[in-house]
Write a protein that binds this ligand. Structure first.
Ligand code: SF4
Length: 336
């Protein structure tokens, strides 16, 4: 709930508006999960609220730790649906990958989540609750979440309202107060919603491109039959130069499918003029996967071609593969 929603709620109880601000701060900044612990409220109000409402939307079932320090958090909604989130430590950063839907309908053929039919969109409270559970999980370690990426289960822009509301909650100055550039939303390429999203929020957007031609992209990402490469890249190109700093292009490298030098050159021809960094993600195989991971030489050669073609490149290190927590490996079940 936003502060305004809470104010409406308190109005029905004949309580004044400042109670909404106090409760918002307690939930989103202090991580309070029980009305009894809202110390700014008088005891009578705490007792009254405990009888008529509940806080929080998710339960943390378990936390699986990888040998590389990555942690997969298995959570459960009030309807008993499994949702996954991943904590990825690196240097002075702690990035949390969060989910926006239970399942996904986009059908990307390299992604384990695609094997789960879409059950429903997560509510804004369930999305931010993943962050608040992780915050409590990290509490004793003294570590803090520095970045949030919507790259877990689901297509974030298919849950447009839920994702916009949750990002606003995470950025709220009286709440978790994440800076806009510390939040990244990833999309498979729902072109009209990309434009709307970029107009609405100042957060970062990552386009999952994953092919250098439409035939290959349609084979690995069915969404391409609706919004093809030219259409999704046109959205990025329509943004002013200064705004493109918050855009990235992700490219999952599938061995023998989209990882040749020809692919690299075609990709360079597509993105060079955009001035947007390409993030290469070597495929993380899972049981029953139709693809293989390209070897390191192939990944490096692909990156070298892009650099020679004047495209900025990063290569994402795989994290948490041993616990099924790496990119594209989330399916709502214990990955050990
Ligand atoms: S990659 Fe993202 S959009 Fe595609 S199926 Fe997986 S979760 Fe859905």
């Amino acid at each position: 709930m936003s502060v305004d929603d809470l104010a409406e709620f308190f109005a029905t109880l004949s309580e004044r508006r400042f109670r909404a601000d106090q409760l918002f701060q307690a939930i989103h900044a202090q991580g309070v999960v029980r009305f009894e612990d809202v110390t700014t409220f008088p005891l009578t109000l705490r007792q009254k609220l405990s009888q008529i409402a509940v806080l929080g939307g998710m339960t943390l079932d378990s936390a699986l730790q990888s040998t590389d320090g990555t942690v997969k958090l298995l959570m459960r909604t009030a309807q008993n649906e499994r949702v996954e989130s991943v904590l990825i430590p690196a240097d002075d950063r702690m990035t949390q990958c969060i989910s926006s839907q239970v399942g996904c309908k986009m059908g990307c053929t390299f992604c384990l989540t695609a094997t789960m039919p879409l059950r429903r969109n997560l509510r804004p409270s369930e999305i931010v609750d993943q962050v608040y559970h992780a915050r409590r999980y990290l509490n004793d370690s003294g570590k803090k979440i520095t970045n949030v990426v919507y790259m877990g289960m689901g297509e974030p822009l298919d849950n447009f309202v839920g994702v916009v509301k949750s990002a606003r909650l995470l950025m709220h100055p009286n709440g978790a107060a994440f800076g806009a550039r510390r939040i990244t939303v990833s999309t498979s390429g729902l072109a009209p919603r990309m434009q709307e999203f970029l107009d609405l929020l100042p957060v970062k957007l990552a386009l999952s491109l994953n092919a250098s031609d439409n035939r290959t992209r349609s084979a690995v990402m069915p969404v391409n039959r609706k919004y093809d490469i030219a259409e999704v890249l046109a959205v990025l190109e329509s943004r002013p130069w200064a705004d493109r700093q918050r855009l990235t292009i992700e490219y999952v490298m599938l061995g023998g499918v989209n990882d040749t030098e020809l692919d690299a050159r075609r990709l360079a021809n597509l993105v060079r003029k955009l001035g947007i960094t390409v993030n290469l993600i070597p495929f993380n195989p899972f049981e029953g996967a139709a693809y293989r991971r390209p070897d390191e030489d192939r990944v490096n050669q692909f990156a070298r071609v892009l650099v020679a073609e004047h495209v900025a490149v990063t290569v994402r290190q795989s994290r948490g593969r041993d616990i099924g927590a790496a990119c594209g490996m989330l399916d709502g079940v214990d990955g050990t």
